[in-house]
Design a protein around this ligand. Structure first.
Ligand code: KG4
Ligand code: ZN
Length: 344
């Protein structure tokens, strides 16, 4: 039985994460996963890039050591190192990438740079067997992408957001409602107490192809917040109607992509996939049409296990990154096809 052990490192934004993945005959299992979420940004209402880099620098060594210790491995027992190369904050990426490079070079192990979104795509494979083809909706703080995954490494871009990412819209609405950052999960919790239908928010581009737009919806929430004479009273209803509008667009386009492609699996990935209302609405809409696959929340938000999973697949396919590998702040998925170009 062929077993390999891959160290994953993720530092693209405000999580310092390391994981050891055991891959036995192509089946991945998590031997350890350490995620350190940086708290320093909370008071600023958003991620401060310089602070993120400093925190990564302070924590990367101990986080990697802890992941190895929890897996019961010495670094020399690793078979490869997978590290997020982009997209993300350059200074933050640099810390993880240089650390991973140094480790791989020093140990004489293969290095593979991983595209962060490909990591999100692989997250469900950590919990259940999943093989393409399938339709994937990737919804995070920085991206909103609808893909036809024809095979691992072969992705057809169906649509993406023209302005804000879905997670960004959740975070901005959270700020408007006086919730802390990042506020997606808080908006969802508040929405559970809200009554639907009080605010008539737009469903941007609902019937227009596969592209998304969330900035108009966010502005509509801003106007409603300004018009409210008692935000404390209205905020749960505002959260509910915002969330319903965002979910309707995400679900409708994903379901249409499933129906038009004839695929029988839909994967929901990225931080916003932690939203139960979204996952439930998609499963309900696709009942009898397609199986909806969503990883558990810990694996949907940024983590190094998903990076190790994508890296393990590329390593077993024979790919290696060069020692000259540089971080990138924006760029398309490797193997992406389609009309549109992902710019960040
Ligand atoms: O994938 P992720 O951890 O980081 C990026 O790559 O961006 O996604 C983070 C995003 C944030 O915008 C956060 O507010 C959002 O995911 N998020 C949620 C929920 N949990 C996290 N959005 C809506 N509902 C949630 N339950
Ligand atoms: Zn992410």
């Amino acid at each position: 039985m062929a077993t390999s052990r891959i160290l994953g490192i993720e530092t693209s934004c405000d999580e310092t994460s390391a994981a050891v993945l055991r891959v036995e005959d192509g089946r991945p299992s998590i031997a350890s996963l350490v995620i350190l979420s940086q708290d320093v940004h909370r008071v600023f209402g958003g991620v401060v890039p310089e602070l993120a880099s400093r925190e990564h620098l302070r924590c990367i060594g101990p986080v990697v050591d802890r992941a190895l210790a929890e897996a019961g491995l010495g670094a020399s027992q690793l078979d490869g190192i997978a590290v997020t190369a982009g997209p993300g904050l350059i200074g933050a990426l640099l810390v993880g990438l240089m650390y991973g490079k140094g480790l791989a070079y020093g140990l004489g192990k293969p290095l593979i740079g991983v595209h962060h979104l490909e990591g999100h795509l692989f997250a469900p494979t950590l919990e259940q067997p999943l093989e393409p083809p399938f339709i994937a909706l990737l919804v995070s703080g920085g991206h909103t992408l609808l893909l036809d995954v024809e095979a691992w490494g072969r992705y057809r871009l169906l649509g993406q957001t023209l302005d804000d990412a879905a997670g960004e819209a959740f975070d901005k609405v959270a700020t408007l409602l006086g919730l802390s950052y990042p506020g997606g999960a808080l908006v969802e919790r508040l929405a559970r107490q809200g009554r639907p239908g009080r605010f008539d928010f737009p469903r941007p581009m609902l019937r227009d192809g596969y592209a998304f737009s969330f900035s108009g919806l966010k502005t509509a929430v801003l106007r409603a917040v300004r018009a409210s004479d008692d935000l404390e009273r209205d905020k749960a209803d505002l959260a509910r109607d915002f969330q319903d509008a965002a979910i309707e667009v995400l679900v409708e386009k994903t379901a249409r992509a499933v129906e038009e492609s004839g695929r029988d699996v839909a994967v929901l990935g990225g931080g916003v996939a932690c939203n139960r209302a979204l996952a439930d609405a998609l499963a309900q809409r696709l009942e009898g049409i397609a199986r909806v696959v969503v990883a558990t929340p810990r694996l949907n938000t940024d983590n190094a296990a998903m990076i190790a999973a994508a890296g393990a697949w590329r390593l077993q396919a024979g790919e290696r990154s060069s020692w000259e590998l540089e971080p990138f702040d924006a760029g398309p998925l490797p193997g992406l096809m389609g009309e549109a170009v992902v710019t960040d």
